[in-house]
Design a protein around this ligand. Sequence first.
Ligand code: SF4
Ligand code: SF4
Length: 449
Amino acid sequence: MDLLEQIKAAGVVGCGGAGFPTHVKLAAQGIDTLIINAAECEPLLRTDRWIMVHEPAALVAAVAAVRARLGAGRAVIALKETYTAETAALQTAIAAAGASVELVHMRSFYPAGDEQVVVYEVTGRVVPPAGLPLDVQCVVSNVATMLAVHNAAQGRPFTQKYLTITGAVPRPCVLKAPVGMSFADCLTLAGGSLEDDYIVVSGGPMMGKPFTKEEAAHLFVTKTTSGFLVLPSTARLWQNHVTPTNHIRNRAKSACIQCSFCTQLCPRYLLGHPLETHKIMRRAAGARPLKDQLDDPVIRSAQFCCECGVCELVACPMQLQPRKINVMIKHMLAQQGVRPQKGACGLQPRPHREERKLPTGKAANRAGVGKFYHTEPQAFLKAQPKRVCIALGSHIGAPALPIVQPGDKVVLGQVVAMAQEGKLGADYHASVAGTVTSTDNGVVIDTFF
Ligand code: SF4
Ligand code: SF4
C-alpha cells in the first residue's frame, strides 16, 4: 500500500485541532514546505514534548516519509527555543537517520502553535485571511499526528492517544490511553482531584472546552483529545464560559473604553489580517442589534478570528469578552450561509509584531492557571480501562458508521466503523479487545478482563 492508503486504512486524523482526515490533507499538490507544528503552545499541555523526547526516531521517520510523499523540498519541525531536551533528542534522531529534516526554533510565545503563525515563523509567508497553509505552498501537521502516521506505516491503526492530565491532581501525567477511555478513568490514574468542586477542560486553558464535574462524567478520550485539565470551579475561564451572551454584550456597551488593546495584541491582526476587534466591539456596543449589522465588513471580519483567547484572557483591561462576541457573530453568519471571503496573498505583518508576542507564562497567569504552569508530568502511564466508548464523529467530515453489533467480539485494531462512501471521513478501530455492548452513541466495548 502507498503511504496515503496506509494512513487512510489506519483512520488517522489530525491530533492537534479539529481532526481533519490526514490522508486527505497529505494528498495536497504543489507543496514546497512540510511543517510539523511542535510548539505545543497551550500552556500546561506536555504531550507533544513527551513524544519528541521519547519517540524522536519514529517522529523523524514519519516526517521524512511524508516529505517524500508530498514531494516537498523542505521539512521542518518547528519547536520552541526553550525545548532543550526535545531539541537534543530530535537532533540525535535526525543525524542517526540521515534525514533531511530541519529544526526551526521559535520564541516561547502564545499562540506560537497557531497554524498561520507557525507558517509565518518558518517561511516568512502570511497565509491569507480565511485561507489555508496550502495557499502559500505549505502543509502543517503536528507531532502526535506524525506518530500516528509512523504507526500507520507499520500497519498499526490509530487506537491510542497520548494526552496530558494536569492541574489540580496529585499525579500530573502523560497518559497513553485507548481511544474511548473515560475521563473518570484518566482522573483515577492521575490520583483523583485535589478540589472538591472542580471543572474539567478538554484541551488547553486558552482554547480548550470547559465542562462541569457532572458533564465531565460523560467525557471520553477521542482521536483529537490532547489533554484534560482539572481546575477549581472558581477559575476565570469558567466564569467567562458561563457568562450569558446578553450580559457579555451589555458589559461591552457599558465598559468598552476603545483602548484597542484587543486589536494590538491579536495574533491575526499582527500577521497583517484585516481583523480589528476593537472596531467590532464598538459596533457590538452600539444600539443596533448584531443581527442587523451582518453585512458590515467590520462585523464580517470576525470570521478571521481564530478564537485564540488573547483578547479576552490577556489584553482587555476591562475583562470583556471580544472573542465571545466574535464567536457569536461567526455563528450568526454561518446560520445565514455566509462563508468567509478569502483574502489576498502577500500581506505583510504589522511592524510591532515581534515585541507584541505574548510570553506563554504570562498567558497562563492571565488565564488563571499560572500555578500549574511549571508542573511537569511525573509519570507516563499506559492505561487499561475496562470499557471504552469510541465516538465516531471526532473528525471533520461525516461521522463513521458502525459495522459491528452489540454482542460481537472484537480484537484490538479491528475496524468497528467505516467512513461514509464518497464523504470526507475516517475509519475507527477497536482500541481494546472485548465485546461490543452498544453502538447507539459511539461504539462501546467492554474488555475481556
Ligand atoms: S480570539 Fe481575539 S486575539 Fe484571538 S484571533 Fe480572535 S480577536 Fe484576535
Ligand atoms: S481591550 Fe477591551 S476595553 Fe479595550 S477596546 Fe478591546 S474590548 Fe474594549
